[in-house]
Design a protein around this ligand. Structure first.
Ligand SMILES: NC(=O)c1ccc[n+]([C@@H]2O[C@H](COP(=O)([O-])OP(=O)(O)OC[C@H]3O[C@@H](n4cnc5c(N)ncnc54)[C@H](OP(=O)(O)O)[C@@H]3O)[C@@H](O)[C@H]2O)c1
Length: 339
């Protein structure tokens, strides 16, 4: 069984394809053949050693995969061979709010992830993929899809139809957030460094687009686009370079969902910038298995097809990582293992 391994911090060039032995299934475990793996910015951070967790041994990277059940171990009741499945980013966070125990492991972080021909996971970590979603589509959901869903529909201040969602950049989380928000009847504003990417975002339903390179004070453009009301929800993926502008661009009573730091973490936030507008900041840490089920149910009902920028083969996995790191993508980058 072929799998990639990496020692966190060694860098993309040290991503190695190895042969791993198949192990027997324990009680409650399921063997899954992986058909598709999607990459996340986090996988680049694991490779470069900038992610939260550190381990001493090489791990199979990547949190997000979808495939088919090959075999079930003793005591498995919810799944059977042939079922199309994907796995929760946090295998032990099934539902409700997070606790240290629920998020104790994360796939492709401190335990083996999905960049392998086969994986063994607890039945409880897996969910069935709805019929309308391909396995490539489903592979985009566990991290990017769940994070965007959580930010917009679970952790925000009760979004209502007609509310405005602001997305920063056109990476995986933001483009899926755009698609989810648009399908739910919300207004969307998106920023990018590229006019060509903004054109693609318009075709997906973005009402307003702003080039953050050409318009450095883009928060003012957001206010103009909303008749000074601001955005009800901001998916803040930028970090230190964007967070204060995101707060300024948010509406009274609005939510700035703190998701990422593509421009780095650090800087200062003045508490007064939240106070007068009764604004709130909330940290988002991907989400639960229940959120994964919810976002896939919604995508199924809305016939939503996640934007996949490019598909690489298993053998091209290091190339897929480099492509993602170059930042030219729009939406998701996927590695397909099976036809
Ligand atoms: N907290 C969580 O649970 C969670 C979950 C998922 C992701 N994240 C974090 O969210 C961030 C995005 O992840 P991703 O997987 O969507 O990454 P991605 O696909 O690599 O997208 C990154 C995008 O960020 C945009 N960008 C770069 N610098 C920017 C800036 N100064 N202002 C606005 N946009 C900027 C670029 O868009 P353009 O090319 O259009 O300019 C780039 O394509 C990362 O920091 C990741 O670690 C966190």
């Amino acid at each position: 069984m072929r799998a990639y391994q990496i020692l966190p911090g060694e860098g993309i060039d040290e991503l190695r394809c190895v042969d791993l032995p198949r192990r027997e299934l324990g009680v409650g475990e399921v063997r899954m053949r992986v058909h598709a793996v999607s990459l996340n910015y986090r996988d680049l951070m694991v490779a470069s050693g900038n992610y939260l967790v550190t381990v001493d041994d090489p791990i199979v990277p990547c949190s997000d995969g979808a495939g088919e059940v090959l075999e079930v171990g003793p005591g498995v009741t919810r799944l059977q061979p042939g079922d199309r499945v994907t796995a929760s980013f946090f295998p032990h966070w099934h539902d409700g709010p997070p606790t240290p125990n629920k998020i104790r492991h994360a796939l492709g972080g401190d335990v083996d992830g999905m960049l392998a021909e086969e994986v063994v996971l607890p039945e409880d970590a897996l969910v069935k993929v709805p019929a309308a979603l391909t396995l490539l589509d489903a592979s985009t959901m566990p991290c990017a899809g769940v994070t965007a869903w959580n930010a917009i529909f679970e952790s925000s201040n009760q979004v209502k139809p007609g509310d405005t969602v602001l997305l920063l950049g056109t990476g995986g989380v933001s483009v899926l957030g755009l698609q989810l928000a648009h399908a739910a009847g919300l207004k969307t504003i998106i920023t990018s460094s590229s006019d060509a990417k903004l054109q693609r975002a318009k075709e997906l339903g973005a009402q307003h687009t702003i080039n953050y390179r050409n318009v450095p004070e883009w928060q003012e453009a957001v206010l103009r686009a909303t008749a000074d009301a601001g955005a009800d929800v901001v998916l803040e993926v930028g970090g230190q370079g964007t967070v204060n502008r995101s707060i300024a661009a948010s509406a009274m009573g609005g939510t700035v969902a703190i998701i990422g730091g593509v421009s780095g973490f650090g800087g200062e936030v003045n508490p007064a910038s939240l106070l007068a507008g009764a604004k709130r900041m909330v940290g988002i840490f991907v989400g639960s298995r229940a959120m994964l089920e919810a976002v896939m149910r919604f995508a199924d009902g809305a016939a939503l097809q996640p934007v996949i920028d490019r598909v690489f083969t298993f053998e091209q996995a290091p190339e897929a990582y480099r492509y993602m790191a170059a930042g030219a993508h729009f939406g998701k980058v996927v590695i397909a293992l099976a036809p």
